[in-house]
Ligand binder design. Structure first.
Ligand code: ADP
Ligand code: ADP
Ligand code: ZN
Length: 207
């Protein structure tokens, strides 16, 4: 099954992606992770992406779409994939329709007013990418899943999060309507315990 995770920054896409990927054996493809990996390695794509991610703006569509098209053509995506963070605007959604068929779009719905606190308190594992929140770490600085070191993303600060939420409202939110009209949208209430939200997603996918 080809699944897309839709939702505002901080809605819990990455958190749920880990669980969905484990349960259904789908490769988790996060465009944000791909950009951060390129930035870390100092590649040409990384140098370009950094100027956008630092400001909370979208990396240009041509670059982003090419990366995703290439990634979905790899062998591990033959049996399906889980896309996290792509598409983020109408153009990307239309491009995706040209090179792949989307079976289900999980829209994780969280009131935007909750997201600043979620994102500014987020800590991420350097090794496996798992997300945590300072309020629930009890001072721990390593990852529960793999023991990796936790860090705070450079774009998880108030100013950049403000930009990211605006970009979401203007460019990404319209995709809810786009996929709803195609009849593939699954709306999930993203407020509640992480396991509860995961249970809602599993129930919706079963139908
Ligand atoms: P996204 O990938 O959509 O940007 P993340 O999965 O990284 O979001 O989660 C953003 C922040 O919110 C993290 O600090 C994470 O621990 C926290 N979080 C995720 N799911 C929930 C939830 N159901 N309730 C409260 N906080 C959550
Ligand atoms: P979040 O989990 O908070 O939603 P991501 O890790 O998905 O953030 O994305 C981080 C940054 O990477 C974005 O602010 C943007 O600059 C860039 N990015 C990720 N996915 C895309 C995309 N599909 N199109 C353009 N830029 C992207
Ligand atoms: Zn880890």
């Amino acid at each position: 099954m080809n699944i897309i995770l839709l939702g505002a920054p901080g809605a819990g896409k990455g958190t749920q992606a880990t669980r969905i990927s484990d349960k259904f054996g789908l490769p988790h493809i996060s465009t944000g992770d791909i950009f951060r990996d390129n930035i870390k390695r100092g590649t040409e794509i990384g140098l370009l992406a950094k100027s956008y991610t630092d400001k909370g703006q979208l990396v240009p569509d041509e670059v982003t779409c090419k990366i995703v098209e290439g990634r979905l053509a790899e062998a591990d995506c033959k049996g399906g994939y889980l896309l996290d963070g792509f598409p983020r605007n109408l153009f990307q959604a239309q491009e995706l329709d040209k090179f792949s068929k989307v079976d289900a779009v999980i829209n994780i719905d969280v009131d935007l007013s909750l997201l600043m606190a979620r994102l500014c308190g987020r800590r991420v594992c350097k090794s496996c990418g798992e997300s945590y929140h300072v309020d629930f770490l009890g001072g721990k600085t390593t990852c529960e899943r793999c023991g990796g070191e936790l860090y705070q993303r450079k774009d998880d600060n108030e100013e950049t999060v403000g930009n990211r939420l605006q970009v979401y409202t203007e460019q990404t939110q319209p995709l809810i309507d786009y996929y709803s009209k195609k009849g593939v949208l699954l709306n999930i209430d993203g407020v509640g315990a992480i396991d509860e939200v995961f249970a809602r997603i599993c129930a919706a996918l079963k139908k």
